[in-house]
Design a protein around this ligand. Structure first.
Ligand code: 13P
Length: 251
């Protein structure tokens, strides 16, 4: 499976700014890089324009969230059907900002995961412990709980999802997990996925997120079970994002 290197722009960039970025990025990313899949998740308001600008490229389009129903009285929400129509392929689900700022619980994340799969979208399920949980030695149990809940009902079809390990304490802080810290959790996740899916996890990428930048990407990607990145802050700059991608070549 190719590495997955994904940009999560979060609530940044207007439509015009998004297009400006894509134009610069397309100039940098002219040549298809083997074994690396690149995805950009702009804000909802820029999805259509960015999607059109990415037409005829290998760059995939992602959404940062989604509601699990197809339509109806859910003010402010966006449905899988709406995303499909815009050629969205990936949906980031259960991001720590969704969980901690907007109170999204495991059960809701699971409903969203099931809905993406029903509609042929590929979820990137985010999991990760807070600093307090890490200090209490609960990292692996928290990650296990989040994963088991998120994939409940599709355990044997786990190849349809990707997982992003994003320790909450590393997000937007400039403090990334060390390669060893990340590898420990990625290895645990790989074993968990392998066991719950009974070996059907080969196409599931486990990617790392949390203060990834062009300087630390290479050391992180060298780890055996790190299969790509979910990048926030550094992905807002086309040159930095492109450098992170090239750091994943030939490791
Ligand atoms: P930063 O790269 O800004 O730490 O954000 C990581 C993240 O949350 C990606 O989803």
């Amino acid at each position: 499976m190719a590495y997955l290197v994904a940009a999560n722009w979060k609530m940044n960039k207007t439509n015009a700014e998004s297009l400006e970025y894509v134009n610069i990025f397309k100039e940098l990313y002219k040549e298809y890089l083997p074994n690396i899949e690149v995805m950009i998740a702009p804000s909802f308001t820029a999805l259509e324009a960015v999607g059109l600008a990415l037409n005829n490229t290998t760059i995939k389009l992602g959404a940062q969230n989604m509601y699990f129903e197809e339509k109806g009285a859910f003010t402010g929400e966006v449905s899988p059907v709406m995303l499909k129509e815009l050629n969205v392929e990936y949906v980031i689900l259960g991001h720590s900002e969704r969980r901690h700022i907007f109170g999204e619980k495991d059960e809701i994340v699971n409903k969203k995961v099931l809905s993406t799969i029903k509609h042929g979208l590929r979820p990137i399920i985010c999991v990760g412990e807070t600093l307090e949980e890490r200090e209490l030695g609960k990292t692996l149990s928290v990650v296990e709980r989040q994963i088991r809940a998120a994939i409940s009902g599709i355990e044997r079809e786990v190849y349809l999802v990707d997982i992003a390990y994003e320790p909450v304490w590393a997000i937007g802080t400039g403090v990334n997990a060390t390669p060893e810290q990340a590898q420990e959790v990625h290895k645990f996740i790989r074993e968990l996925l392998n066991s719950v899916s009974r070996g059907n996890d080969k196409n599931t990428r486990i990617i790392y997120g949390g203060s990834v930048n062009e300087k630390n990407a290479r050391e992180l990607i060298k780890e055996k079970d790190i299969e790509g990145f979910l990048v926030g802050t550094a992905s807002l700059y086309p040159e930095k994002f492109y450098k992170i991608i090239t750091e994943c070549l030939e490791v």
